[in-house]
Write a protein that binds this ligand. Structure first.
Ligand SMILES: Nc1ncnc2c1ncn2[C@@H]1O[C@H](COP(=O)(O)OP(=O)(O)OP(=O)(O)O)[C@@H](O)[C@H]1O
Ligand SMILES: [Mg+2]
Length: 236
């Protein structure tokens, strides 16, 4: 059984159909990339999985449980964390307060403290700046905070929307190294990216989205060598 199963979801914004029947799965331990151009439906897909949008048709199963109609906060407590597009940290709260918010579904204070230590170890810059207001962090630091906050829920799967957006090449590398570490530590990863090259370089498998449909799927390494992918997404 796949950890996450997305079955033929159709999503509308008013009269406009954004997703036209999307199906894919994520197995435990995998890094899966969802790639596609602006407006392809990547964010809409993630929002449907994390409970922020509900599909008109189709279903989403997490560890075999139908979560299609389960509200977002309950989905977090089932073990799915979302790092939203554009980071969306709480600007008026400190770094530390943002991280604490990420653990809102958990009760055990000792366990939360351990996770906080792990997050600070992975992101030393967040520890250095723990009392700084999140809104005053640089873009890259905010991305780290958004990831750290998601990790505070101790997720089984982390769903990330364009973590490389707006970051310098060096920071993009740093963020992707951390994604690899998160994966190596046992967390399953679903990654949405426009930076197809980077995403394919760390993914096991990938799906290509075009105007609300999956048009291609396969092993990430094979897709990297696919001529149509090279032309459309890798700029080669
Ligand atoms: N709230 C909304 N109301 C109406 N249409 C929307 C809304 N959000 C998204 N759409 C439309 O749905 C389609 C898919 O958008 P979505 O944000 O999922 O794309 P995306 O692949 O994440 O793009 P990007 O790479 O630019 O983030 C687009 O045509 C978009 O204009
Ligand atoms: Mg998007």
């Amino acid at each position: 059984m796949a950890m996450l199963e997305v079955k033929d979801i159709e999503v509308y914004y008013g009269m406009i159909q954004a997703l036209k029947g999307i199906s894919f799965e994520v197995n435990e331990g995998e890094v899966i990339a969802l790639i596609g151009a602006n407006g392809a439906g990547k964010t809409t897909t993630l929002h449907t999985i994390t409970g922020l949008l509900s599909p008109k048709k189709g279903s989403v199963l997490f560890e075999g449980q139908d979560i299609t109609k389960v509200p977002a906060h309950k989905i977090v407590s089932l073990g799915m964390a979302h790092v939203p597009e554009g980071r969306r940290v709480f600007a008026e709260l400190s770094v530390y307060q943002n991280l604490k918010m990420g653990a809102y579904t958990r009760k055990d204070k000792d366990e939360i403290a351990k996770t906080l230590e792990m997050v600070y170890k992975r992101f030393p810059r967040l520890e250095e700046r723990k009392n700084q207001l999140a809104g005053t962090l640089s873009g890259g630091e905010q991305q780290m905070l958004a990831m750290g906050r998601a990790l505070m829920s101790h997720p089984k799967i982390i769903v990330m929307d364009e973590p490389s957006m707006g970051l310098s090449p060096i920071l993009v590398n740093e963020i992707f190294d951390i994604i690899k570490e998160v994966s190596a530590s046992g967390t399953t990863v679903l990654l949405v990216e426009q930076n197809a090259k980077k995403a394919l370089s760390i993914a096991d498998r990938a799906y290509v989205l075009e105007t609300g449909k999956i048009v291609l799927e396969g092993d990430a390494k094979e897709l990297m060598n696919d001529d149509s992918i090279k032309k459309a997404y890798l700029g080669e």
